[in-house]
Design a binder for this molecule. Structure first.
Ligand SMILES: Nc1ncnc2c1ncn2[C@@H]1O[C@H](COP(=O)(O)OP(=O)(O)O)[C@@H](O)[C@H]1O
Ligand SMILES: N[C@@H](CC(=O)OP(=O)(O)O)C(=O)O
Length: 450
């Protein structure tokens, strides 16, 4: 049996839902259907999840929410009308959307997550009804009933490992199951979402739990391209990637798949394929344990902005036992995670994501480190992007870093920092964000166009 996940772009309109129904209907083994909230119908449209964020903010501030409520309900209403879905389900959806504005605000740690999850939850109800009225024996199932029990970390839930056993019972149900993506339920019954884009994670969890033969992730492109299609025009498409390669690429900007969506499928040995709802005959990109297709040392080039470096220098840092530990202890005490830590003899940089920092935290970092480390230099460097060139075969090739550095130099891109993990599956360059596009273009030319 297969798990099939449709992203918001595949579920944005009646036209898209018709394609989705045909895809599910064409293969009786597509039994577990994970759905996102309705996405954008065109570039300037609003995703239902983003509209729910606006709704939440207005409600919390005590502002009038009727316009947002109406807009969100109309997204579902329009699809129901165009698909000729009978009346009861839209009444239920409108009820759920409206009653969000009755939830307690005070001491409600899960209020934001509850608002956001409504996008997926109501879409799953709508799709189950649409399928049932159109030749598929379908049933909506709430994540709680599907056994998706998660940690109580709002906006960043993690599955509790004991959940897999419960999820496996879904195999005993006869219907095609329509499961809302993006959220689970805590042990106390609160709604808690994964991070943004997290419906991919739900798909992977279900695939692992039911021991699926395949996890199909349907989106709006013919699989994964070697570089972001917004920057490189008609980039090469990738036939096969390993889980490790995909993890590196997803982490560093290939937004087509959530980077946390790989591990559950990988551990359960479930292969994954990225396919296009608008072109389902295309084979897409397969993500597997071992790749058969080889050739270029680099399979993909990814970049992501929104990084800050904390640069620390101190003469004879290398001789000071416990220096690194003290740096990391200060970050841990302040509850800040770090992403990378390139080092020199007398200097080190801690790379962090901007979204986990703010002025107050930055001041606390500087104060604490000045006091405990007495560095010669200590400052933040903003507006950085990380660039990754990725490929399992890089370790078999000599001179990949030299080629990349040369290409960047030719394009006038200054490498701020450089780092390579021991697995040699990726090489990371840190550049100024305003040079990100130029850097991708230069690296793509070097490894794919030549
Ligand atoms: N390397 C890449 N290959 C393919 N698509 C990419 C890549 N990098 C970014 N994308 C973007 O990811 C988008 C699909 O992902 P996503 O927004 O999660 O869609 P969905 O709504 O289906 O979940 C594509 O439309 C594409 O613009
Ligand atoms: N709807 C959620 C979760 C998600 O996975 O959406 P999508 O599949 O459209 O990326 C979000 O926008 O974050």
């Amino acid at each position: 049996m297969k798990v099939i996940k449709f992203g918001g772009s595949s579920l944005a309109s009646a036209e898209q839902l018709t394609k989705v129904r045909n895809i599910v209907k064409s293969d009786a083994t597509r039994k577990f259907v994970v759905v996102s909230a309705p996405g954008k119908r065109e570039a300037n449209d609003t995703k239902v999840t983003d509209a729910l964020i606006a709704y939440y903010k207005a409600y919390k501030k005590g502002e009038d929410v009727t316009t947002t409520q109406k807009w969100i309900i109309s997204r579902y209403q329009n699809m129901c009308d165009e698909l000729g879905i009978s009346g009861a389900v839209i009444v239920n959806i409108a009820d759920e959307i409206n009653s969000l504005a009755k939830l307690p605000i005070k001491d409600n740690k899960f209020l934001y997550d509850t608002f956001l999850a409504a996008g997926e939850n109501n879409n799953a109800k709508l799709i189950a009804e649409y399928f049932s009225e159109n030749g598929i024996n379908a049933r909506y199932i709430h994540p709680q009933d599907a056994g998706i029990i998660v940690s109580a970390e709002p906006g960043n839930a993690r599955l509790l490992p004991s959940s897999y056993e419960k999820i496996n019972y879904l195999n005993d149900l006869d219907e095609t199951l329509i499961i809302p993506g993006f959220f689970g339920v805590t042990e106390n019954g609160e709604i808690c979402t994964f991070s943004r884009g997290g419906s991919d994670i739900t798909g992977s969890i279900i695939a692992a739990g039911v021991r699926a033969e395949l996890y199909e992730n349907f989106t709006d492109v013919d699989g994964i391209f070697a570089a972001h299609p917004g920057i490189i025009k008609s980039p090469a498409s990738i036939t096969e990637l390993t889980y490790r390669e995909m993890r590196e690429l997803a982490y560093s900007g290939f937004s087509v798949l959530h980077d946390e969506a790989l591990l559950p499928a990988y551990r359960a040995n479930v292969p994954l394929v990225i396919k296009n709802t608008n072109n389902p005959e295309h084979p897409g990109t397969k993500i597997v344990a071992k790749r058969t297709v080889t050739g270029s040392p680099v399979v993909g080039i990814a970049a992501d902005g929104g990084f800050t470096a904390l640069n620390i220098s101190k003469y004879l840092m290398n001789r000071e036992i416990g220096f690194g530990r003290k740096v990391l202890q200060i970050l841990e005490n302040l509850g800040i995670r770090f992403e990378h830590m390139p080092t020199g003899i007398d200097d080190m940089s801690i790379i962090m994501r901007d979204r986990f920092l703010n002025r107050q935290l930055e001041k606390s970092i500087l104060d604490n480190m000045t006091e405990s480390l007495q560095p010669d230099e200590l400052y933040f460097e903003k507006n950085l992007s990380i660039m990754m060139i990725v490929g399992e075969d890089m370790k078999e090739h000599i001179g990949v870093t030299a080629r990349a550095a040369h290409a960047l130099a030719q394009a006038g891109v200054n490498i701020e920092m450089l780092s390579q993990g021991s697995s040699e599956v990726s090489i990371m360059f840190i550049v100024k964000s305003d040079q990100e596009s130029a850097a991708i273009t230069a690296l793509y030319e070097e490894f794919f166009a030549k």
